[in-house]
Design a protein around this ligand. Structure first.
Ligand code: AHR
Length: 490
């Protein structure tokens, strides 16, 4: 395995953005086994739970400091009618999840259960409300039900359902993918609908909503342009872009069996996020030079063919070191764009697409992607600083080293991903503007196809690694296909 020499420079004096913890956010949709038979097993389950929510999942989310959770969809959101999911669980009406597998759901997981989940995890709820098949009144009443402290039919209903005090709800999505499953609207139509719906979503009882409009699908710059032209910071706080890493739409490919070309094409697709964020930011900068409207990436991650033998509507896929490398690249990209990007939500948290966690009955495992969020958690709330790595490529347009750095509470966090499938990287890094006396590093690395399964749930995991520090210079040997976090302390 040849070693490529890489020179890097980190300058703590050059602050490029603030890394909102919400950039490390997640997404939980009523899709396949994400909620039911995933996060939520019900109070009567033999699996240890708190109010029906799996305890091992709560602990795992807390460990990586999940800052925000988006719910109930996705495409499901624009078919969801929240009143079906409140009141005594045995009396809730059944619904058919027409987007995802046509399965019948009993609505036992609704608003109260989601808010309980968020409070157990210690994260902000991000409620995505229904525009496509919902009404203005329905959305307005949901906000009132959750957040108002006044006496009204909605708040009395909430109290009758066991919640006296209003909840705090900051993030409100006004529709999801309204260019597609959320109503197939043209941007002009959606922007008018957005303006109308958001007018009736009020700030009750000291709660302050951060209103998020449905943003573009990947490179639909016209959608972004239309929204920015017709909205302003009084009407909207954030715009939600969706971008999935899919290297071939015709055949998404297998999650664990792939060749070198598929590996690098997947990474090429992941790297394209940088271009997308740059171009969408350019549009936003033109209309909003004061940077008041945030760019949210409400759905991102790798999307492959489903695991053979599973329901095609459930989007269940395994998760290898390839996914870990993609997660490392994308999180570095968000950090570097943190001046405009205020939130990102990996799709999805449990048992769907690029999951953090997989479950099978009482068994639960953490995927390589989960471990990347563990490695990167020191960035949450930090100031992103300039971080340069030699522009070497591991393959065509895929940079050999993806990187980002931040400073918080007198500590510097630097994260690196060696994207090469075969080459080690000998990294020499100079640190400017930050004096440190202690350097440590942790690494996630394995053969590119390696994954955790229920027979071997801890095959891929984080280990300590050696890092040499002399004065302001750090040197380390990065194995191929690796994600690393370096911590520097004064
Ligand atoms: O995450 C799966 C689906 O992908 C979501 O429901 C939808 O918003 C997107 O198309």
């Amino acid at each position: 395995m040849p070693t490529k020499k890489v020179t890097m420079l980190v300058n703590a004096k050059d602050v490029i953005g603030h890394i909102n913890p919400e950039i490390y956010g997640h997404f939980s949709e009523h899709l396949g086994r994400c909620i039911y038979d995933g996060i939520y097993v019900g109070e009567d389950s033999g699996i240890p739970n708190i109010n029906g929510i799996r305890k091992d999942i709560i602990d795992a989310f807390r460990n990586i400091k999940v800052p925000v959770l988006r719910w109930p969809g996705g495409c499901f959101a624009d078919e969801y009618h929240w009143k079906d999911g409140i009141g005594p669980a045995s009396q809730r009406k059944e619904i058919v999840n027409t987007n995802w597998g046509g399965v019948t759901e009993d609505n036992s997981f609704g608003t109260h259960e989601f808010m309980k989940l968020c409070s157990l995890v210690g994260c902000e709820p991000y409620i995505n409300a229904n525009v496509g098949s919902g009404t203005v009144q329905e959305m307005s009443e949901w906000v009132e039900y959750m957040t108002s402290g006044a006496s009204s039919p909605m708040t009395k209903l909430r109290e009758a359902n066991g919640q006296k005090e209003p909840w705090k709800v900051k993030y409100l999505g006004v529709g999801n993918e309204n260019w597609g499953c959320g109503g197939n609207m043209r941007p002009e139509k959606y922007v008018d609908e957005y303006r109308r719906f958001q007018s009736y979503c009020k700030n009750h009882s000291g709660n302050s909503l951060y209103k998020i409009a449905c943003g573009p699908n990947a490179s639909d710059y016209e959608w972004m342009e239309t929204l920015m032209k017709n909205l302003n910071p009084w009407l909207v706080n954030g715009i939600d872009l969706h971008y999935y890493t899919i290297y071939d739409w015709a055949k998404k490919g297998h999650a664990t069996e792939f060749d070198e070309e598929a590996y690098y094409r997947t990474l090429g697709s992941a790297n394209y996020l940088d271009t997308l964020l740059t171009r969408h930011t350019e549009i936003m900068d033109r209309y909003d030079p004061d940077n008041k409207i945030g760019l949210v990436v409400g759905e991102w991650g790798c999307w492959y063919d489903v695991e053979p033998g599973t329901n095609p509507g459930f989007l269940y896929q395994q998760n290898t070191m390839r996914d870990a490398v993609v997660a490392g690249m994308e999180l570095n990209t968000f950090n570097r764009h943190s001046k405009r990007v205020v939130m990102a939500n990996l799709a999805q948290a449990v048992n769907v697409l690029q999951s953090l966690i997989l479950t099978e009955g009482e068994k639960m495992l953490k995927t390589p992607t989960y471990h990347v969020f563990d490695l990167y958690k020191g960035h949450q709330g930090g100031e992103a600083v300039y971080c340069y790595a030699d522009k070497l490529n591991s393959y065509e347009e895929v940079p050999l080293i993806s990187s980002s750095a931040s400073v918080k509470d007198g500590k510097m966090t630097i994260t690196l991903t060696n994207t090469s499938i075969s080459d080690e990287a000998g990294v020499e890094m100079d640190i400017a503007g930050f004096t440190f006396s202690k350097a440590s590093a942790r690494i996630l690395t394995d053969e590119v196809h390696a994954y955790n399964d229920f027979d071997n749930p801890e095959r891929v995991g984080i280990k300590d690694m050696a890092v040499k520090a002399e004065g302001s210079r750090i040197t380390l040997e990065l194995p191929a296909c690796a994600v690393v976090c370096i911590s520097l302390e004064a």
